[in-house]
Design a binder for this molecule. Structure first.
Ligand SMILES: *[C@@H]1O[C@H](CO)[C@@H](O)[C@H](O)[C@H]1NC(C)=O
Ligand SMILES: *[C@@H]1O[C@H](CO)[C@@H](O)[C@H](O)[C@H]1NC(C)=O
Ligand SMILES: *[C@@H]1O[C@H](CO)[C@@H](O)[C@H](O)[C@H]1NC(C)=O
Ligand SMILES: *[C@@H]1O[C@H](CO)[C@@H](O)[C@H](O)[C@H]1NC(C)=O
Ligand SMILES: *[C@@H]1O[C@H](CO)[C@@H](O)[C@H](O)[C@H]1NC(C)=O
Length: 482
């Protein structure tokens, strides 16, 4: 033990800065980016016509002009993609968008003594519009992923102008001016809308990510904050999160750290999430350290038609303490016993391919509920139990369920004489069946949250149990309102 501690200390010191290992990892594949691209372009197509364009005025040679009431009357969606720039971030690019505008114009023409002012309207269509925007991903001060535009460029192909008005020569002088204006106006306007999409809409989505989630009446805190910058590979990007549960009133990092996440190649789904064994194990550590894994089981905790289990006097029913422990029934009749249960060591979670298990070791002490101030002590049992669990994803929550259990019982101490191990097994079996298993399943049914926003729904979801991790592969559906 000592040399092990020393070795650990030496290794820690010699390796210098110890990076925090993630307990949770998310992989966002190119399929998700493709989907996000469609969503973003649809949003853009909805936003562009609403963009307000201020009046434009200027002069050119002998012409003073004003364009007013500029409205975007149409937007042809571009072909576009969001691609990963390996090592850097994401790039959103689009080509062949088209936009049409309608505006009113007024010009004043003055040459020597000749002055004329006239007005009309104009329809402009611009095509071959493309943009390219680099998105930087990082983490904000609260440990959430953050996204921002790191530069947008836009080009315009052809511009087609139809002026409605009377004086032909003025109109012709003016046409070139409008084209120049439109060519210079579109990139700024489009980049504004694109940047807004990223800096406001996308960033707001990320802001909704719950990176600190209280659990179990706020007794515990689930920490999904980023532990390092996102990584960009060619077919996917990955984010690395703490994935740790601590006791809210006394947050402590457990004395163990997450093992390496097992490699997993497929990337046919949009999103992959790895919940390492570390996550439930840190929960159990916090629970064990802070006395959460104790419970005094009394009659009121039992299902209504099995309320008699803890009775010391039994009315003909065999699954009853008074019957199982006649000595107790004789000494303390017409009352009930209380089972004071506690976990005596850190429970373990085991994950290996296809298998999920939790094991507990604890004690159950029995006391009689007599009117006396001090409840008479009866006996103490040492119990170890293994629960086989099944896990699944329902409504973006990881839910767990006990699929089988086994336990061992030994008598640690008795104040009521010798006890039969068969009877003790029956008694603990009843406590398991009537309370412990339903209680764990009740918690498992409440589920465990994943760091996704409420706007996202999972589709085609599967959960795999790997070595030391659960892996969830899923497609996504957003229901974002623009
Ligand atoms: C159970 O009862 C004992 C004795 O009354 C008490 O000390 C202990 O705090 C109780 N445990 C819980 C979890 O309520
Ligand atoms: C248990 O005791 C209660 C009263 O304390 C009684 O109403 C009930 O019938 C008893 N159940 C059994 C199974 O003996
Ligand atoms: C237990 O309760 C029953 C009915 O209430 C009563 O007849 C009996 O005398 C009681 N036994 C003792 C030992 O108090
Ligand atoms: C839990 O297990 C029970 C029976 O073993 C089953 O009926 C139920 O559907 C399971 N629930 C989940 C969420 O797996
Ligand atoms: C738990 O699962 C293992 C295999 O993973 C199996 O051998 C064992 O019988 C199961 N126990 C129970 C109680 O279902």
């Amino acid at each position: 033990m000592l040399w092990w501690t020393l070795l650990t200390v030496l290794l820690t010191v010699s390796s210098g800065v110890v990076a925090v290992k993630p307990g949770f990892k998310a992989r966002i594949t190119e399929h998700a980016l493709e989907y996000a691209n469609h969503q973003a372009i649809d949003a853009l197509a909805a936003m562009v016509p609403k963009a307000s364009i201020p009046d434009q005025s200027g002069s050119s040679g002998d012409v003073d002009y004003t364009l007013s009431n500029i409205r975007i009357t149409g937007f042809n969606k571009p072909s576009s993609s969001i691609k990963i720039v390996p090592g850097t971030g994401l790039k959103w690019s689009a080509a062949n968008a088209g936009v049409s505008l309608h505006a009113d114009w007024r010009v004043k023409y003055k040459k020597g003594w000749f002055k004329v002012s006239t007005s009309g309207s104009v329809d402009v269509s611009a095509n071959g519009i493309g943009f390219s925007v680099t998105m930087a991903l990082g983490d904000d001060s609260s440990g959430r992923p953050a996204i921002s535009s790191a530069g947008c460029s836009c080009s315009v192909g052809g511009v087609d102008i139809h002026i409605h008005g009377d004086i032909a020569f003025i109109v012709n002088l003016f046409k070139h001016e409008i084209e120049k204006r439109v060519r210079s106006m579109i990139p700024g306007k489009l980049c504004d809308v694109v940047n807004q999409q990223i800096n406001a809409n996308a960033e707001n989505q990320l802001k909704k990510l719950k990176v600190m989630t209280p659990l179990a009446n706020k007794k515990f805190m689930l920490d999904y904050r980023l532990v390092s910058a996102p990584a960009f590979q060619s077919a996917y990007m990955e984010t690395f999160h703490k994935g740790e549960i601590t006791w809210t009133a006394n947050p402590q990092t457990p004395p163990f750290s997450p093992p390496a996440i097992p490699p997993y190649a497929p990337s046919s789904n949009m999103l992959y999430l790895w919940v390492e064994k570390y996550v439930p194990q840190s929960f159990l550590y916090a629970a064990q350290q802070n006395g959460y894994l104790r419970y005094n089981l009394t009659t009121k905790d039992l299902p209504p038609n099995n309320r008699g289990f803890l009775n010391t006097t039994c009315s003909g029913w065999s699954q009853c303490i008074g019957h199982l422990l006649p000595a107790v029934g004789k000494k303390y009749p017409n009352t009930t016993v209380e089972l004071q249960m506690l976990s005596t060591s850190l429970p373990a979670v085991n994950m290996s391919p296809g298998k999920l298990e939790a094991s507990f070791a604890g004690e159950i002490a029995l006391y009689a509920n007599t009117p006396s101030v001090k409840k008479p002590y009866l006996l103490t049992l040492s119990v170890s139990a293994i629960f086989n669990m099944s896990a699944g994803i329902v409504d973006q929550l990881v839910k767990g369920n006990i699929s089988g259990s086994s336990f061992k019982v030994a008598v640690k101490e008795s104040a009521v004489g010798p006890l039969s191990s068969k009877v003790m097994n029956t008694m603990v079996g009843l406590a398991m069946k009537l309370f412990i298993i339903p209680e764990i399943n009740k918690q498992g049914e409440k589920g465990f949250p994943l760091p996704v926003t409420g706007d996202i729904k999972f589709l085609n979801t599967q959960l795999h149990i790997l070595q030391d991790a659960l892996m969830i592969g899923t497609d996504l559906q957003y229901t974002i309102k623009f």
